[in-house]
Design a protein around this ligand. Structure first.
Ligand code: DX5
Ligand code: ZN
Length: 220
């Protein structure tokens, strides 16, 4: 069995058929369902809000992996928990009191993640690493699906993986942005263990096939 997890991003789905898209993911080899929330302020795009997130979570049988690209995320954590999030990730750059925010997410019974933008050094997370369940390393500038993977991210993955190993921590390393069959193996080799894929999955005529192939990388 593969050790890594696949978290398809619903951002790239056909929103007119969202129920069917979630059903498709439920039947696939996906492990998590990545839900991107954008506020038009932290990122230059607006995606979906609470009612849609709630509908997706109700239909999903996967781990609901909510990625908040919003300012003042602490104001909305409990609402996304109520909407059905199993894990909530907030951006380091959007949060003044990162440590407090992590504690608040965990108090709700959710897994806690911090996401960092491509320009943010991964070392900035080292003092809260033991409190985290996951780190999302953005490998594109957040805001849009279908962008090109920034290859410098591989070095950040390696740095974070080394730190996690040397401190014997249990933190998932999730890579978000521009991930597809062409680069997934390199990303996993660098030390990632969760792959987010939006465009690579939903622009393919066989989305379940892409998810299966991503999941099978490295499996003998
Ligand atoms: C980008 C989002 C990503 C995005 C990934 O701002 O956080 O989750 O949907 O999409 P792809 O895989 O198309 O880059
Ligand atoms: Zn995301």
């Amino acid at each position: 069995m593969a050790n890594h997890l696949i978290s398809p991003s619903i951002l790239s789905c056909n929103f007119l058929e969202i129920g069917r898209e979630v059903d498709m993911l439920n039947e696939s080899d996906a492990d998590w369902l990545h839900i991107d929330v954008m506020d038009g302020s932290f990122v230059p795009n607006i995606s979906i809000g609470l009612p849609v997130v709630e509908a997706i979570c109700k239909r999903s049988k996967l781990v609901n992996d909510v990625h908040l690209m919003i300012v003042n995320p602490e104001k909305y954590i409990s609402l996304f928990h109520k909407a059905g999030a199993h894990q909530i990730s907030v951006h380091y750059e959007a949060c003044t009191h990162v440590h407090r925010c992590i504690q608040e997410i965990k108090l709700l019974g959710c897994k806690a993640g911090i996401a960092i933008n491509p320009h943010t050094p991964v070392e900035l997370l080292f003092d809260v690493l033991e409190d985290l369940d996951l780190v999302i390393l953005m490998s594109v500038n957040p805001g849009f699906g279908g962008q090109k993977f920034i290859y410098r991210s591989l070095q950040k993955i390696e740095k974070l993986r080394n730190e996690v190993i040397s401190r014997n921590l249990n933190v998932r390393i999730e890579i978000d942005g521009g991930v597809g069959l062409q680069n997934a193996e390199k990303i996993l080799q660098a030390g990632a263990d969760v792959l987010v894929a939006g465009n690579a999955v939903f622009s393919d005529p066989d989305p379940k096939g892409v998810i299966r192939r991503l999941k099978m990388i490295g499996v003998q």
